[in-house]
Design a protein around this ligand. Structure first.
Ligand code: ADP
Ligand code: MG
Length: 656
């Protein structure tokens, strides 16, 4: 039988001893292979025959390192396989075996050329060499004109020839063909057998499974298997000494190989996404909504905060406001009459004070000819306009003389001008009644940006002395604005002002408002709000991530057979993991891009809608959005990807 080999002292190629393979069945186990002893020598062409269910495929899977024996020993070129890790088995498959399946098992998304190349990708063959070799193999198998066709565009015989080319891609020292002609018409079947015989003649070891004796007759040796045991092993004809195969191509360098494998994983991920566009989009939707809301909310927060801070700046920098009462909400503050012009004078003489502006305000009806409107009259000092950074549009402001002489002069704002002087006449020099006090308009101020008071009230500025004596008949002020000298310390100045006022009044019947503090509290409030809303949006993103995980699990289940094929041709677990992880990350990242674009669109619409503040999308928030998406992809893609990577190759292959 095998005397030729054993006497030549040659090493067996494949060697099985007492191999047993059990499957769980009901309560006990079922032995598909009972105790198989078998030696295959290099260059043989072996047919395994037997009835359906006799254990032929089980044996083939063990021979091809897709499966491991339950007990017994299997050696490939003297190397024991029983204790090998999945990735080491994958390496054996890559280096020694080429599989041909009954139903071809080509990857439907790839062209014929792409299918043939897959084993070389995992083996790390350089890209050019890969393309060339795959093209040459297809040419040789008579498919030179069909390299760009998808499996769906090829006949059964052609698909089987593509799968033979794939089996040869990494060298195909041992060709394992499980019922290679089983799904073919007789003509294509004959063709495939001719190719296998040619390969055998070239030095490939060919092992094929068939239940067709006519097919088995092509082999030199026929092994018959029945109920998990070898019952006959006939040498048909003497096996010619095999010519040695050309050595396989040298693989590409380490880094290039990593890049190639990554690129393959990336390409498969994009193909998978493109094949299910609607599903991919729906998967992304959660991420899109999450990212759009986070980015928009943060942009709204930033925009409104910026405007508010600008407004505060227009209230004056380095200023303290002294008010009567205990706080803004104090109902009795209007009855506190102790804040007087004398306080303002005392403050003005302090070394750390730059200027002081007393103010008193009153709400009265303004009348000009037949127009009447409610107006907020502010009695202020001549330094007020500079301290508040107000801009004069027309006319002039009042000066110190106006204040001391209690002049009946008024500076109005744009709103007041537009309301009172409806037909565009020049307001300067006109006399307007405020309550029952006539005042001459001397200037018009530019409307300040949206302040706290809203922008639809009419504002009029009159010397405070005029308001106190002629309008209100009171001797106390509503507030004193103190501008601290630029070189003085704000906190120390505030303490000094407090002390001075306490000594003058003998008690604390006033409070001091520091615009710096308002600024700080507004900043921290908007930050808190942004954080809060972002937290809600993060929950939305997590929900989106769970959606991604869900669909990825479906995708893994759907592509189990593809995963099996990749494993059979030698993909490592990490290759499979990478492919699905990349897909998850890409779905999320693309969702992130769309989300950011949507947020940009929303901010555009927002500014077109004439909102009083802009949405500010910062580069930081965009970068963070992307990082979040990537992290979600990795986090929620990991479980499905790991499930894919840990699939059992035999089970995966048998799934459709
Ligand atoms: P063949 O290829 O000769 O038709 P197989 O090797 O596929 O036979 O199967 C041999 C026996 O093992 C059959 O009885 C089959 O039902 C059983 N078998 C194969 N795979 C499994 C499995 N994964 N789980 C349980 N039983 C299995
Ligand atoms: Mg079978």
């Amino acid at each position: 039988m095998t005397s030729l080999h054993s006497t030549s002292g040659e090493q067996p190629l494949l060697h099985l001893e007492k191999v047993r393979r059990e499957y769980p069945s009901g309560d006990g186990v079922f032995a598909a292979l009972k105790s198989v002893d078998l030696t295959i020598w290099p260059g043989e062409m072996v047919a395994i025959v037997g009835a359906s269910g006799s254990g032929k495929s089980t044996l083939m899977n063990i021979l091809g390192c897709l499966d491991r024996p339950t007990s017994g020993s299997y050696q490939v070129r003297g190397q024991e396989t029983g204790q090998l890790e999945p990735d080491q088995l994958a390496a054996l498959r890559r280096e020694h075996f080429g599989f041909i399946f009954q139903r071809y098992h080509l990857l439907g998304d790839l062209s014929a050329l792409g299918n043939v190349e897959v084993p070389a990708v995992y083996a790390g063959l350089a890209r050019n060499a890969r393309d060339q070799r795959a093209g040459a193999l297809l040419e040789r198998l008579g498919l030179g004109a069909r390299t760009g066709h998808r499996p769906g565009q090829l006949s059964g015989g052609q698909q089987q020839r593509v799968s033979i080319a794939r089996a040869l891609m990494n060298g195909g020292e041992v060709i394992l063909a499980d019922e290679p002609t089983g799904a073919l018409d007789s003509h294509s079947g004959v063709e495939v057998m001719k190719i296998l015989e040619e390969l055998h003649a070239e030095g490939h070891t060919v092992i094929l499974v068939t239940h067709d004796m006519a097919v088995a007759e092509h082999a030199d040796r026929i092994i018959e298997i029945s109920d998990g045991d070898i019952v006959a092993d006939r040498q048909q004809r003497e096996c010619k000494p095999a010519p040695s195969l050309p050595p396989p191509h040298p693989p590409a360098g380490g880094l290039q190989q990593l890049i190639d494998r990554f690129r393959e994983a990336f390409r498969m991920a994009t193909l998978a996404m493109a094949a299910h566009k609607l599903r991919t989009f729906l998967t992304m939707l959660g991420i899109i909504i999450g990212i759009t809301s986070v980015v928009s909310v943060v942009a709204l927060g930033n925009g409104s905060q910026q405007v508010i801070l600008e407004n505060i700046a227009s209230l004056g920098t380095n200023t303290l406001d002294v008010y009567p009462g205990t706080s803004f909400g104090d109902m009795r503050s209007s009855r506190v009459e102790t804040l007087v012009p004398g306080d303002a004078d005392a403050l003005a003489s302090q070394p750390y004070v730059d200027s002081v502006t007393p103010s008193v305000s009153s709400s009265v009806t303004a009348r000009y000819r037949n127009v009447a409107a409610n107006a907020q009259v502010s009695g202020v000092g001549e330094g007020y306009f500079r301290a508040k950074g107000q801009t004069l549009l027309q006319g002039r402001l009042f000066d110190a003389t106006s204040v001391t002489s209690r002049a009946q002069e008024v500076v109005i704002d744009e709103t007041a001008r537009d309301t009172l002087f409806t037909n565009g006449e020049d307001p300067i020099g006109q006399v307007v009644m405020f309550g029952n006090v006539p005042m001459r308009v001397i200037g018009v101020l530019k409307k300040s940006q949206m302040g706290f008071g809203g922008n639809d009230t009419l504002s009029a500025y009159v010397p405070y002395t005029t308001v106190m004596t002629r309008m209100l008949g009171q001797s106390f002020l509503s507030s004193i604005t103190v501008r601290i000298a630029d070189d003085a310390d704000m906190t120390a100045a505030q303490a000094a002002v407090t002390r001075l006022m306490q000594t003058r009044h003998g008690r604390t019947d006033f409070f001091i408002n520091n615009t710096d503090e308002i600024r700080k509290s507004i900043t921290s409030t908007t930050q808190t709000m942004t954080l809060l809303i972002s937290a809600i949006a993060v929950i939305a993103l997590v929900v989106g991530g769970i959606g991604v995980m869900n669909i990825m699990l479906v995708s893994v289940t759907e592509r189990t057979s593809e995963i099996g094929v990749r494993m059979a041709v030698g993909a490592r677990q990490s290759d499979i993991l990478q492919q699905f992880l990349i897909e998850a990350v890409m779905v999320c990242a693309l969702g992130g891009v769309i989300g950011v674009l949507l947020a940009l669109g929303i901010s555009g619409l927002f500014s077109l809608s004439g909102a009083s503040f802009p949405m500010i999308i910062s580069a930081t928030s965009v970068v963070i959005a992307f990082l979040c998406c990537t992290m979600i992809g990795v986090t929620f893609g990991f479980l499905p990807a790991r499930r894919a990577a840990r699939l059992d190759p035999v089970e995966a292959l048998s799934r459709n």
